[in-house]
Design a protein around this ligand. Structure first.
Ligand code: BGN
Length: 404
């Protein structure tokens, strides 16, 4: 009996220990599965990080070009011309006129080779139209404002820009003649950075352009939109521009595929600023950097002259565009990113308390207030190596009606 009892108890113990071994085994397996899962997730995460990393840097080093365009291809995505184009076009070097020789990456010194065939004096070959997707672009750019900037340095960097801040691509026929208008007062430091970044970008984009700084004299309330109207009028006295880009002096594009020319519809360029978390702050936003062809500008009677102080003028321009049956065109959100140079609020540019009422009235005001009613006085036009400075008196806001 004691033998049988002890055998039984041994069996019970053995049974218990084997079931606990089973549990441990199961636990082990589950843990192993979890570990494998975590490892897989890590790998996936790593892969995604690598893809994102190369997506940014491939543009700089042109890593993926061979996959897109064959041996000599270069990757040049630009968004569609109209609407929130999410299409990407790849520049195709098999196009006529698009040889590596005629569109070399920097393109500065390159002119199409003309080979005399007979003993007649060769007439200069007409230049090919500038490519819609310029091949020398680099894509995403590193923009920073911590290094010291001097005008001497920027001038040395841009020897091909001619007096007054003018440039024409040497190797192709530009489609647009673009006046870039910057409303200005006391922002000399920002201007240096703007010129430092923008001249090389515009050159790579093969833009035919001139830079016009419209400097509001005196210390009366700032009037951005009126200065832009002045810029339009004054630039046309300098050359036959057919496209006008209006840019704040503190806004730098972070991608050179955001092309500074005009489009089928009025263009909004600065759609994803760092200060708004790289998003449009609202659907009808038209501030910062925008562009209209001469025809589009005249269709809306230019910009309002009666917005004194900060805010609302860009909304009024947006209203003018839509009220005249046009739409705003924008680049792809990845290409429309901008850095804004940080600064204190300007003096004499306080928020305009009338702006809320005024933007409700664009339909009534736009016909009489605009380029057709613009008055101002030019005090000085000075052509510097990298820009033309036009100093103007534009008056001051009318006295506010007394509310007794
Ligand atoms: C808006 C301003 C714009 C400005 C953007 C971004 C107005 C009008 C009354 C609603 N509009 O609110 O002018 O560009 O913010 O800062 O204030």
């Amino acid at each position: 009996m004691p033998v049988a009892a002890s055998a039984l108890s041994w069996l019970a113990v053995a049974g218990r220990s084997s079931s606990s071994a089973m549990t441990r085994l199961m636990l082990g397996r589950t843990l192993e599965r979890i570990c494998k899962g975590v490892l897989l997730l890590c790998l996936l995460h790593f892969l995604i990080m690598m893809i994102l990393y190369f997506d940014v840097y491939s543009q700089r080093f042109d890593l993926f070009s061979r996959f897109n365009n064959g041996r000599n291809g270069s990757r040049n995505n630009v968004s569609g011309a109209a609407g929130n184009g999410h299409h990407f076009y790849y520049y195709n070097l098999s196009r006529p006129n698009a040889t590596l020789a005629s569109y070399a990456a920097t393109g500065e010194q390159v002119v199409p080779s003309s080979q005399p065939e007979t003993n007649q004096t060769p007439s200069p070959k007409p230049l090919p139209p500038c490519p819609e997707n310029p091949p020398g672009l680099v894509g995403r750019l590193l923009i920073e404002f911590s290094s010291q900037m001097t005008m001497e340095r920027v001038q040395k960097e841009n020897p091909n820009v001619t007096e007054g801040g003018r440039y024409t691509p040497p190797d192709c026929q530009p489609r647009w003649k673009v006046a870039i208008i910057i409303p200005f007062r006391h922002r000399e430091n920002h201007l240096k950075y703007w010129l430092h970044y923008l001249h090389p970008i515009l050159r790579r984009q093969r833009i035919d352009y001139g830079i016009y700084i419209i400097n509001q004299l005196g210390e009366d309330t700032f009037n951005r939109a009126k200065l832009l109207n002045v810029g339009y009028t004054e630039a046309l006295k300098e050359a036959e521009y057919d496209c006008f880009i209006f840019s704040d002096v503190d806004l730098i594009p972070m991608d050179d595929r955001n092309l500074y020319h005009c489009y089928d519809q009025p263009r909004h360029f600065a759609i994803a600023m760092d200060k708004f978390g790289f998003r449009l702050p609202y659907a009808g936003y038209f501030g910062g950097v925008s562009g209209l062809s001469k025809k589009q500008f005249l269709k809306i009677n230019g910009f309002p002259n009666e917005y004194w102080g900060w805010g609302g003028e860009d909304d009024d321009i947006y209203n003018r565009i839509t009220l005249n049956g046009m739409k705003v065109s924008r680049p792809d959100v990845r290409l429309g990113r901008y850095r804004m140079i940080k600064h204190e609020r300007d003096k004499h540019n306080e928020p305009n308390p009338q702006r809320f009422n005024k933007i409700q009235n664009t339909k009534n005001t736009m016909k009489k207030d605009g380029i057709s009613s613009l008055t101002y006085r030019v005090v000085q036009v000075k052509r510097y190596p990298l820009y033309t400075n036009i100093s103007v008196e534009i008056g001051k806001p009318p006295p506010r009606p007394f509310k007794g």
